[in-house]
Design a protein around this ligand. Structure first.
Ligand code: SDX
Length: 431
């Protein structure tokens, strides 16, 4: 990965210092500054990691300027069209797409892990019925490590693979149980006659009273939503999972940490916040008022579902999500859905506004996903749980890549200390 090119740092009063430049398959070259502290006594300062590569990875690549997203080198548009979510999960986990036999074997393996220990259901009873399903999911996923002592040896690749399969298989069950607990309806057991996404919908919307008949258009739409959310480089929640995992914490605890981070409205919570924003705007006539607020430095309001740290062009997932939205609303006869029409008008007005054009603020994955999920029948507060369910595949893949790298170390950033200078304690009677 290193190139012949060097970065030469000239610091006043010190001899110039050279650092190797690393060249990636795609994307920005990186200056390898791992020896900076030892050679110069200086640290870099990059709060928010605007210019920092935290690791090297073979999993996902984003070209923010082109609006391109690749999983293991494959464009997201092609994966969304030609593959289902479990095929994409296999690709992310193994680095290659499965052939027909590998796909069948993987699907059957996942099916063997869809049930949860029956005592896990007691954790739900500890929550209020109106507990946010993300609070429930964070807690229950973290508790899984108390049930699976046979797959917590993270130095054992076989046990890591079992944990991957267990967590990917159980997240739909756990998330659907959170929904059922909120509604007071009985938990539904997995139905292994159904595929991964249809089974999730059965556990969400099915009842013990009758056989659930999945709508193939809605199943396909939700399956595509899972694919679009599967992984996304070193975003905040993935970085959280890596940092937690770097201490040797078990994978269930690491995923629970990732779910907690994803919950924030600046991150995975944006789809829930976006739908709430659209409900608050209510009508196209009020769009201008909210665009004005979004531009007002003195107003903390931001246009939910717009902007991105990396994409300075369309988030390709937003484009695909809008197509999924069209398909679902057509299937359900909701082409004139008020919120969808409002969202399309808001997108049009924002993309013509100089503020959004200059700052390169485009719709991101969260802008349309809430409308689709609401149309499918998923309540707003469940949106981020759906995101977490899908992103668990990416989190576990990133965790595995780090743990299996013999060079990995515990993540331990330094800081720029700007607090009080060293001083002595004055005894209480003299203070
Ligand atoms: C996800 O990282 C990932 O990959 C995340 C994700 C994934 O798959 O994991 O893609 C999922 O989290 C998508 C993002 C969902 N969040 C939202 O939709 C919330 C609204 N968006 C913003 O909060 C914001 O755009 C962020 C958090 C997404 C990105 O913030 P950055 O990179 O820190 O950029 P910034 O806040 O510094 O914004 C740059 C400028 C600022 O103005 P100035 O200070 O330069 O004058 O753009 C403005 C911001 O005020 N700005 C917005 C805006 N987003 C940025 N102004 C109005 N509305 C917005 N939505």
């Amino acid at each position: 990965m290193t190139t012949e090119r060097k970065a030469i740092l000239n610091i006043e009063g010190q001899a110039p210092v050279e650092f190797p430049i690393m060249s990636p398959t795609h994307g920005n070259d990186c200056i390898d500054i791992r020896t900076l502290g030892g050679k110069t006594g200086l640290f870099t300062y990059d709060s928010g990691f605007l210019s920092t590569a935290s690791c090297n990875s073979k999993i996902t690549y984003i070209d923010g300027d082109k609006g391109e997203l690749l999983y293991r080198g494959y464009p997201i548009e092609q994966l969304a069209e030609h593959c289902n979510f479990l095929e994409v999960a296999y690709l992310l986990k193994n680095g290659e797409l499965p052939n027909a036999q590998e796909k069948k074997t993987f699907e059957n393996t996942i099916k063997q892990h869809t049930m949860v220990h029956d005592q896990l259901t007691r954790f739900y009873n500890g929550f209020r019925r109106d507990a946010h399903p993300m609070a429930i999911t964070v807690g229950v996923v973290g508790a899984l490590s108390a049930f699976y002592h046979d797959s917590l040896d993270i130095s054992n690749p076989e046990q890591r693979s079992i944990s991957f399969n267990r967590i990917v298989a159980k997240l739909p069950t756990i998330v659907a149980m959170a929904y059922k607990y909120n509604t007071g309806a009985p938990f539904m057991y997995p139905d292994n006659e159904l595929g991964y996404t249809a089974n999730f919908m059965q556990m969400m919307f099915g009842t013990p009273c009758e056989k659930y008949k999945p709508n193939p258009v809605l199943v396909n739409a939700l399956d595509t939503i899972f694919t679009l959310h599967a992984d996304h480089e070193q975003n905040a929640s993935t970085s959280t999972v890596r940092l937690a995992g770097s201490s040797g914490a078990n994978p269930f605890a690491c995923i629970s940490a990732g779910i907690a981070c994803l919950w924030g409205p600046a991150h995975g919570g944006a789809n829930e916040a976006c739908l709430q924003m659209l409900e608050e705007i209510g009508d196209v006539s009020r769009v201008g008022e909210y665009i004005k607020r979004a531009k007002d430095k003195n107003d903390s309001f931001k246009l939910m579902g717009f902007g991105h740290r990396v994409y300075k062009n369309f988030d390709p997932r937003a484009t695909l999500m809008r197509k999924v939205c069209d398909d679902v609303l057509k299937e359900l006869g909701l082409e004139n859905d008020r919120l969808f029409k409002l969202a399309k008008e808001l997108e049009k007005i924002a993309l013509e506004d100089p503020y959004f054009v200059e700052k390169k603020l485009y719709p991101n994955v969260d802008f349309y996903s809430g409308i689709v999920q609401k149309a499918i029948g998923i309540p707003t507060e469940m949106f981020t749980c759906i995101f977490a369910l899908a992103r668990t595949v990416g989190w576990m893949t990133q965790w595995e890549e780090m743990i299996s790298d013999p060079e990995y170390k515990i993540g331990r950033p330094r800081q720029l200390y700007v607090g009080a200078a060293r001083r002595d304690v004055v005894p209480l009677d003299k203070r």
